[in-house]
Ligand binder design. Structure first.
Ligand code: SAM
Length: 233
């Protein structure tokens, strides 16, 4: 009993420390401005789920876009435009973000977010199931950065499309590839974990990519996979 109490206390302190570290990193490296905060508030007002990426993830996307000197960015899964705003802020001058969203209601919120953030001139939301929109993008490819953050079951198919729409050097980022560790169970316990597991397996086996994955979200229980396209053939 005493051991159990001690273990619970250790876990509580560990969780509190992780939360403090996250908060301090955000306060230093990923402070949300009015537009980003308004995007989260708008989503809540409109009844959208609060499943956007974290501020540090957003900042990482911006850093990656700037490092790639990205002129063309593709996002799969827009929600309310939170990650899209971070991405748009990483575009090179004259660049463009295309974001794919299945829900017309979400897309309307995204457009409001982009307008309020002052990035509507460089961002376009395309409404429809991503697997129907992706084949229409060939003439606008290659993209410099592609961010995958929609229905997890389709992640392996999104990866195939991402490579098709890439050039050597394109960065492909996917969110939610850990899923509280469920992506590492055999068999994965649900459809989302199965999608993430299949995505991870594809990344590791794919000779056209160099990839890494790591915990990165509010509590370190989920995370990003980041790949660089070595070759598209
Ligand atoms: N990237 C957003 C952010 O961080 O601000 C969060 C995206 S949210 C996790 C997933 C979004 O993908 C939802 O808005 C959902 O409607 C959309 N989505 C789900 N299935 C989709 C599909 N088949 N095609 C396009 N979008 C889809």
């Amino acid at each position: 009993m005493a051991d159990e109490q001690a273990e619970l206390e250790r876990l509580r302190v560990e969780a509190a420390t992780r939360a403090t570290i996250e908060r301090e990193l955000i306060a230093r490296f990923a402070v949300e401005d009015d537009a980003l905060r308004a995007s989260v508030a708008r989503a809540e007002r409109e009844g959208l789920p609060a499943i956007q990426i974290s501020p540090l993830q957003g900042k990482l996307l911006q850093v990656l876009a700037l490092a790639a000197n990205a002129r063309k960015i593709l996002e799969i899964g827009a929600l309310a435009g939170y990650s899209g705003t971070w991405l748009a802020r990483g575009l090179a001058p004259g660049g463009k973000l295309i974001t794919l969203e299945v829900s017309a209601k979400h897309a309307a919120v995204v457009r409001d977010t982009f307008a309020a953030a002052g990035v509507a001139d460089r961002c376009e939301v395309r409404v429809g199931p991503a697997l129907e929109s992706l084949p229409t993008l060939a003439s606008e490819a290659p993209f410099d950065l592609i961010f995958i953050d929609a229905d997890k079951g389709a992640y392996p198919a999104y990866l195939d499309w991402a490579i098709t729409l890439s050039r050597p050097g394109t960065i492909i980022v996917a969110d939610n590839v850990i899923r509280f560790g469920k992506a590492f169970l055999t068999p994965p316990p649900d459809e989302n974990a199965a999608g993430a597991a299949a995505y991870n397996a594809k990344l590791v086996a794919e000779p056209r990519l160099v990839s890494v994955a790591f915990p990165m979200d509010d509590d370190g229980m989920d995370g990003f996979a980041i790949s660089v396209v070595r070759s598209t053939t």
